[in-house]
Design a protein around this ligand. Structure first.
Ligand code: SF4
Ligand SMILES: [Zn+2]
Length: 128
């Protein structure tokens, strides 16, 4: 059965954070394999960066309503982490399109989101 428009939207909303976590992990993997000649697993530096980005996503005050981090008015990353992620994105961004087109397209669509207003550090109306 083809899901209704609303159901489809809810399905994709529900996986928003997980999808972003996967997208970032895939991009760090692409970067690490090419730049650090790592084999199947991440080098310590990239594993550390991946763990850091995962933690930021877990603590993101926007939750499932988050914009992409590049469009975020808060930007919770430490400055040197932000620079690291920028380098990864610049390298892996064009490459992910060929290797993981669905993730890449979803990420591009997510990039159109605007950050919702926060009230006392949380998205207005969101359950605690
Ligand atoms: S940069 Fe913004 S959107 Fe990304 S995790 Fe931090 S607060 Fe959330
Ligand atoms: Zn690496």
């Amino acid at each position: 059965m083809i899901p209704e428009e609303g159901e489809r939207a809810r399905f994709f909303e529900g996986v928003r954070l997980e999808r972003e976590r996967r997208t970032v992990a895939v991009m760090i993997g692409i970067y690490c394999r090419s730049r650090h000649a790592s084999g199947g697993s991440l080098c310590p530096e990239c594993a550390d960066l991946e763990a850091y980005t995962r933690l930021r996503l877990e603590k993101c005050p926007y939750g499932e309503a988050k914009p992409t981090c590049a469009n975020c008015p808060i930007h919770c990353y430490q400055p040197h982490r932000r620079e690291q992620v920028k380098r990864v994105m610049a390298f892996a961004g064009p490459r992910i399109l060929w290797r993981h087109p669905v993730l890449a397209v979803r990420h591009m669509l997510d990039g159109r989101r605007k950050a919702p207003p926060l009230v006392r550090g949380r998205v207005a109306g969101e359950a605690k």
